[in-house]
Design a protein around this ligand. Structure first.
Ligand SMILES: Cc1cc2nc3c(=O)[nH]c(=O)nc-3n(C[C@H](O)[C@H](O)[C@H](O)COP(=O)(O)OP(=O)(O)OC[C@H]3O[C@@H](n4cnc5c(N)ncnc54)[C@H](O)[C@@H]3O)c2cc1C
Length: 257
């Protein structure tokens, strides 16, 4: 059973974020594995273990100047990583990113592709379904549990009311939520082993996508950015014996009662 996990390397959320002149997140500094993607890596490792064979491959698009985030996934137990890194990718939008990842994954189609539901930095939450469409594969989103049996992936799909049981034939693309599994900490042995695991760096030309991605191929552009409105302080009421009445009046004013 071979599983590809798409992971994004993001600027350290502990450091102050900054935008470049085109309003894109400045990713020129230290990059780490998006925590949202650690769940996909863990899920993939557990599925491969349960299948009794196969491997986990990490696929990413972004700067390869720092691959510490990919090494984290390799230290957890993934076998190898592929990153597409190219100046020609500047300005690539979500669909362009999906085209790049699809071109990598198509070279050696796995049994399953895992993504997180959405990234933690600048997120659209649209990439995994675009990827599935481009690969011509079924997709299931918001997985809170994933099982594989008899060439089928069975997913408990999180909903507002609980969960739905959904299945699809393999190969498929599945997005996992943060609750799907508890990501392991890399062991010292894992960290040492990750140093010699292969990280393949590809260019846009390697994938035959010149002209289709980058700002030239983008259909989305960030035209302005505004600071989010600061939260106003809430109203304080002291319960002088009429607290319950005040709550009822407030809820009535919102028309929820
Ligand atoms: C206007 C615009 C300009 C952009 N400019 C650039 C740029 O200059 N340089 C650049 O590198 N990117 C650029 N991007 C791409 C961006 O960084 C994201 O990779 C892309 O938008 C999809 O990420 P997301 O967070 O929206 O995906 P979401 O749909 O929120 O992410 C869900 C999951 O998809 C997978 N995923 C998302 N992004 C990647 C990725 N890059 N690699 C592997 N897996 C991934 C992960 O599993 C992730 O958890 C730009 C995007 C936009 C909209």
């Amino acid at each position: 059973m071979n599983v590809v996990v798409c992971v994004k390397q993001i600027p350290d959320p502990a450091a102050p974020a900054s935008l470049d002149p085109s309003f894109n997140l400045d990713r020129s500094g230290k990059l780490i594995l998006d925590e949202a993607d650690t769940y996909g890596v863990e899920m993939a490792l557990q599925l491969v273990d349960a299948a009794g064979g196969g491997e986990v491959t990490i696929v990413s698009m972004g700067s390869a100047a720092d691959v510490a985030g990919l090494r984290t996934a390799l230290a957890m137990g993934a076998a190898k990583a592929v990153i597409v890194s190219d100046d020609g990718l500047r300005g690539t939008d979500a669909l362009g990113t999906a085209k790049v990842l699809a071109a990598v994954i198509r070279r050696d189609l796995p049994d399953l592709v895992l993504c997180a539901t959405e990234s933690s930095d600048g997120y659209t939450g649209t990439l995994p379904v675009q990827l599935a469409e481009l690969l011509g594969l079924p997709s299931i989103t918001f997985a809170k549990a994933v099982r594989i049996a008899d060439g089928t992936v069975r997913v408990d799909r999180q909903t507002e009311a609980g969960y739905d049981e959904v299945s699809a034939p393999l190969p498929a693309v599945v997005t996992v939520t943060a609750g799907v599994v508890e990501p392991r900490y890399a062991s010292f042995k894992g960290i040492m082993a990750a140093k010699s695991k292969p990280v393949e760096i590809l260019s846009v030309a390697d994938l035959g996508l010149a002209g289709e991605v980058g700002s030239a191929g983008a259909r989305q552009a960030i035209t302005s950015v505004e600071a989010a409105e600061a939260r106003q302080a809430g109203e304080k009421h002291v319960d002088d014996g009429d607290g319950a009445q005040k709550i009822v009046e407030f809820l009535e004013s919102l028309k929820v009662l």
